[in-house]
Write a protein that binds this ligand. Structure first.
Ligand SMILES: Cc1cc2nc3c(=O)[nH]c(=O)nc-3n(C[C@H](O)[C@H](O)[C@H](O)COP(=O)(O)O)c2cc1C
Length: 285
């Protein structure tokens, strides 16, 4: 079947695609970089408006700061390049104002939403094109936990919001280690959405994420804190009872309770909303 497609190369890339987190100390050639940026600029975008900007970070000091802002993910510093894809409503607004068009604040959510989609499509195009050059990449979601600090680091003016980061470099190993994925049947719905029985969902989840984490007192405490902040103490007590019975944490419990839950680094929802409002996306009212 693959022989029938225009260029089977894309399938080789898609089949072997994986996230890389170990990089050789080798720069990305200028011409490769330029091609990758052309790929980003040729990506589909909502309304064809291309409301994104990409900040290329190569400077070692700034890379170090990116590590600090992404919960100490040191590979970000080792890789020669990180691209921060931003929703750039500023460029749109400046031109709109210049030509005398209206900047309609009622559309704030649509503008942000579409901008994030544009940024993600451009980033994934770059990630796949990079693979064709033998480069590897890793997305970084943690940089969004401190958007104000991130904006300061990259000198983003008002109206430019960081959406996601892609770190790129030549992988230090060519070993192919794909992560476990759901079967396509778990994601696919025929014509209309069909809710599956929760037992089916659970069994697919257990198969995909078989590992559990030991229930240390610190983890239990962290999970309890996350649960009670999110759902209140009554629900937290009921859930923690089940966790105590099992004596281990499932991957989801670990993820939401012990891994990403951290008061010190993550903005509260109110802080996020304030940050977005400052950048022209005001959802507070
Ligand atoms: C939006 C987004 C944010 C991510 N953030 C991180 C991150 O902060 N650190 C990291 O090591 N991987 C990150 N990843 C990579 C995922 O962990 C990875 O894609 C997933 O585990 C599946 O593995 P695979 O890409 O090898 O198929 C992120 C991926 C996406 C799409």
């Amino acid at each position: 079947m693959k022989q029938q497609v225009r260029d089977a190369g894309i399938f080789d890339i898609l089949e072997k695609r994986m996230t890389h987190r170990n990089f050789r100390d080798a720069p990305i050639e200028d011409d490769v970089f330029e091609i990758l940026m052309d790929v980003a600029a040729s990506a589909a975008s909502s309304g064809g408006l291309q409301r994104i900007s990409i900040v290329a970070v190569r400077d070692p000091e700034r890379r170090k700061k990116l590590v600090e802002m992404s919960r100490g993910q040191t590979f970000v510093e080792k890789a020669p390049l990180s691209l921060v894809f931003c929703v750039d409503h500023r460029r749109v607004r400046r031109v709109a104002e210049y030509e005398g068009s209206l900047d309609e604040p009622a559309l704030a959510i649509e503008l942000l939403w579409m901008g994030i989609i544009d940024a993600a499509i451009a980033a994934q195009s770059v990630a796949l094109a990079a693979e064709a050059f033998g480069l590897g990449s890793c997305y970084n979601g943690n940089i969004l936990e401190q958007p104000e600090e991130m904006s300061a680091l990259l000198e983003l003016p008002a109206g430019v919001v960081p959406a996601l980061m892609l770190t790129l470099g030549y992988p230090s190993s060519s070993e192919y280690k794909p992560s476990k994925k759901f079967d396509r049947s778990m994601l696919l719905h025929d014509e209309v959405y069909r809710d599956r029985p929760v037992e089916e969902l659970y069994s697919a989840y257990k198969e995909k994420h078989p590992q559990t984490a030991r229930l240390t007192p610190a983890r239990r405490e962290s999970l309890y804190r996350a649960l009670s902040q999110q759902y209140g103490e009554e629900i937290a007590n009921a859930r923690i009872e089940k966790v105590d019975e099992a004596g281990v944490l499932t991957p989801y419990q670990f993820l939401f309770g012990c891994y990403y839950f951290d008061d010190d680094q993550t903005y509260t929802q109110a802080q996020y909303l304030d940050f977005l409002a400052k950048n022209g996306f005001d959802f507070r009212k």
